[in-house]
Design a protein around this ligand. Structure first.
Ligand SMILES: Cc1cc2nc3c(=O)[nH]c(=O)nc-3n(C[C@H](O)[C@H](O)[C@H](O)COP(=O)(O)OP(=O)(O)OC[C@H]3O[C@@H](n4cnc5c(N)ncnc54)[C@H](O)[C@@H]3O)c2cc1C
Length: 402
């Protein structure tokens, strides 16, 4: 199935692509062309020592801000784009096609929507504008060493002391905590209540608050992407509680009505496969000579799967456009997309044979090799494959819980 835009959708698509064509900074254009855009490029550039990287982050943010597209999914009354799910889909598709980086990080995607639903008027007034302006970025402090899939078992404690909470404990896998200015977190405020009922959602305005230690975790790719964060008697004002005390589990699970099709993943998979086929056709690094009948079939399988992923995206956006909330359907798409990204990267390394050992940027194979490594966490973050399968089994197929 091919998606046909209505005239209004086509006009909106053209608006988005014109903005990208005319305003995407050269740095991002070049990185995208090489397929080398780092994750969280905007967040890293914003805090970079290199003036041209900072300038790229500032210029791209300003270009999006002019159209209110920094937060396409936020309502307009809070400075967002107020886009419908379908408009967000088109926006995300065009961004992915061009390889343009998003701006804003977890503050935009998670904290903002949470505050819009659960925050007090004072909290909205204080915290939303700096997220939109790109002046304050936030890290997400949910996971702990003993609590990932079973997040509700978290043990980081917050104890009320006068007008403050005092926090002790540890978070882990905290993406971009080393570049973030602030952090929102789930903490245990009632250890005697059933596990989902004794958790609160709090904001830590300054990640450099005394008592917080951020330690890097270097991933298999050699990148500093996530961190461990330790809390030792960290004091935050009690007014930084979002929503009700001990109801943080439900606050933390808030999703504003933003599109969940992962069209960006589908576009990225198609781009990669097309690029791989281009290398084979050009016989780069002897790629064509390595195509055995088995490998040929494998590439065709990847093609079919990549197109299937598009259909998953279309299914979800169709549901959202009809006012339905995707549930196990989103788990199905996440599971399929993440496992496909690993299969695709594996197929690419076979195409390049021994050249796939190259790491240097100049080698065509290296991009695929780096991707092979970079895709390892795809089946862990945002809910592991096993957890997605449990959701599909129970909510989708109605099977009893194991
Ligand atoms: C790149 C990356 C970025 C991340 N960024 C953040 C971040 O910014 N903030 C944050 O808070 N967290 C972040 N995380 C953490 C992420 O949310 C957790 O890794 C994830 O929820 C899994 O938890 P875990 O690592 O503790 O694994 P565990 O939950 O310990 O799971 C270990 C294994 O057991 C399996 N398993 C667990 N429970 C079940 C079950 N019920 N049935 C079947 N199998 C099961 C899992 O599938 C997995 O294979 C990030 C993770 C990654 C990889």
């Amino acid at each position: 199935m091919d998606w046909k835009d209505t005239p209004e959708q086509a006009a909106f698509r053209s608006e988005v692509s014109t903005l990208i064509d005319t305003r995407l900074p050269t740095r991002y254009r070049e990185l995208a062309a090489r397929g080398a855009m780092p994750e969280r490029a905007w967040e890293n550039d914003r805090k970079s020592d290199m003036p041209d990287e900072v300038a790229a982050a500032v210029d791209w943010h300003a270009a999006l801000a002019e159209r209110h597209w920094v937060a396409p999914h936020w309502p307009t009354e809070y400075g967002g784009g107020g886009l419908t799910a379908m408009e967000q889909f088109i926006f995300n598709q065009e961004m992915a096609e061009s390889g343009a980086p998003g701006v804003g990080g977890s503050g935009l995607s998670m904290l903002g929507p949470t505050l819009i639903v659960h925050g007090s008027d004072e909290q909205k007034e204080k915290y939303l504008p700096p997220i939109l302006d790109g002046n304050v970025t936030w890290a997400q402090g949910y996971s702990e060493p003993g609590s990932g899939s079973d997040l509700a078992s978290l043990t980081t404690r917050a104890v009320r002391d006068g007008d403050d909470f005092i926090i002790n404990g540890q978070k882990i896998w905290t993406s971009a905590a080393h570049t973030a200015d602030a952090m929102f977190a789930l903490v245990r405020t009632d250890p005697d209540a059933p596990k989902h009922r004794g958790i609160s959602f709090v904001m830590i305005d300054d990640i450099k608050t005394p008592g917080i230690t951020v330690r890097p975790l270097i991933n298999i790719n050699g990148d500093h992407y996530f961190n461990e964060v330790f809390f030792e008697d960290v004091r935050i004002p009690a007014t930084n509680l979002v929503g009700e005390l001990n109801r943080g589990w439900y606050v933390g699970m808030t999703l504003l009505d933003f599109e969940r099709s992962n069209i960006g993943g589908a576009v990225a998979a198609r781009r990669q496969l097309r690029s791989l086929i281009g290398h084979i056709k050009a016989n780069q690094q002897g790629a064509a000579e390595r195509i055995t009948p088995e490998l040929r079939r494998e590439i065709v399988d990847r093609w079919v799967e990549t197109e299937t992923l598009y259909q998953f995206s279309f299914r979800i956006i169709s549901m959202q456009s009809a006012g339905l909330v995707p549930n196990y359907e989103a788990s199905t798409a996440k599971l399929f997309a993440s496992e496909l990204s690993q299969r695709l990267a594996h197929t690419a390394t076979k195409v390049f044979g021994l050249h796939a050992q190259h790491w240097a940027d100049a080698e065509p194979a290296s991009r695929f090799t780096r991707n092979y490594i970079a895709m390892v966490p795809a089946t862990i973050r945002g809910g592991t494959s096993e957890v997605q399968r449990n959701v599909i089994a129970t909510r989708g197929l109605g099977l009893p819980r194991a």
